[in-house]
Design a protein. Structure first.
Length: 259
């Protein structure tokens, strides 16, 4: 089935997921929506996040996407149940990787950096309860981080200071795994690596999402089997410079779209 895979996020962060998907499924075409005009989703109400997720989904369906990846923890934890019950295509979501962190931690202390919208969702709470038995989970809202990534200030002094402020209390409490619960955060891994002691493991869910996308395509008979050059259309409803900096390569087009 040669229809594209649809991917959406509140902005440019989900491109970290797009990269994993493209690496694992190089023959698949993709359409990516960066809803940067409405970023950050993390500070919005559940109802607002749901309405934005519906708007993005319907646009991707208009563009004939065969499967939709909700490349946003905040939208997944607040809207994926609704999307799955109301639209026919398969949906892949992303959630903070509590399960691998619980498996990996030696101190039994795990930090989760995510948006307020993710940390306050019932899906996140249920996942934590299910997989983190016997593990202490420190939740930290990454207030301001999404805005800085959206502004292209990944390596700025402000970013460094904010990250330092957020990880320090969790380090003092003895965490040895830091879960990145927002798709914008993989872009700050280089800064985090400078800040964090070397014994801290950083865990994100990007590769797991790509693996799941591949499995669901195969299960539904949707995966392209031949090797081919794929096309990638990115749409942003904000100025496209930051997106252009993050996503480069052949067969990629990046356009402004008012959605
Ligand atoms: N990339 C989104 C996530 O994974 C950012 C949410 C936001 O816009 O606040 O949660």
């Amino acid at each position: 089935m040669h229809n594209p895979i649809g991917i959406f996020d509140s902005g440019v962060g989900g491109t970290s997921i797009w990269k994993e998907i493209h690496t694992m499924l190089p023959s698949e075409d993709t359409i990516y929506l960066a809803d940067s005009k409405n970023a950050p989703y993390g500070a919005k109400s559940k109802e607002q996040i749901l309405q934005l997720s519906i708007k993005n989904t319907e646009l991707l369906l208009e563009k004939n996407c065969k499967l939709i990846v909700v490349a946003c923890n905040t939208a997944t934890t607040n809207a994926i149940d609704y999307l799955r019950s109301n639209y026919k295509v398969p949906f892949i979501g992303i959630e903070p990787a509590i399960k691998p962190a619980a498996f990996h931690t030696k101190t039994k202390k795990v930090g989760v950096l995510a948006t307020k919208g993710t940390l306050s969702s019932s899906l996140f709470h249920n996942t934590s309860k299910m997989f983190a038995e016997g593990i202490e989970v420190f939740e930290q809202e990454g207030k301001g981080l999404v805005d800085l990534v959206e502004a292209g200030q990944v390596d700025s002094e402000e970013m460094r200071n904010l990250l330092q402020t957020y990880v320090n209390p969790m380090l003092e409490q003895g965490m040895d795994c830091l879960v990145l619960g927002c798709t914008h955060y993989p872009y700050v891994i280089p800064v985090l690596k400078e800040i964090l002691p070397t014994n801290i493991t950083i865990i994100d869910s990007g590769e797991a999402v790509a693996r799941q996308t591949k499995a669901v395509l195969i299960k539904n008979g949707m995966k392209i089997s031949e090797s081919r050059t794929s096309k990638h259309n990115f749409y942003s409803n904000a100025p496209i410079m930051v997106l252009q900096d993050l996503v480069k390569g052949p067969s990629i087009t990046i356009n402004y779209l008012d959605f």
